[in-house]
Design a protein around this ligand. Structure first.
Ligand code: ZN
Length: 87
């Protein structure tokens, strides 16, 4: 089971991302580099702020691993932004 990054929409996280109220994993998203639970969430960055900063920086792949074939930051962002509007 793969999980969607709530920051950038990367659809291949291996664990469910930690919610901002706690629980879940401490995985670092290889796409946007957000660290769930550990430093970034606890330093007070919201998913929205991180997403905005990531977009501003040109949506760069942040991991040392190579991005999956066909990786498309813009399409990812669309999917996560659409999902948010549904709620
Ligand atoms: Zn991400």
């Amino acid at each position: 089971m793969k999980h969607l990054c709530p920051v950038c929409g990367f659809p291949h996280l291996t664990e469910p991302p930690r919610s901002q109220s706690g629980g879940g994993s401490f995985e670092i998203c290889p796409s946007c580099g957000f660290q769930f639970g550990v430093s970034d969430a606890d330093r007070g960055f919201t998913h929205e702020q991180w997403r905005a900063a990531w977009k501003k920086g040109g949506c760069k792949w942040s991991s040392k691993q190579t991005p999956p074939p066909g990786w498309d930051a813009a399409a990812q962002l669309l999917s996560v932004e659409k999902a948010r509007h549904k709620r």
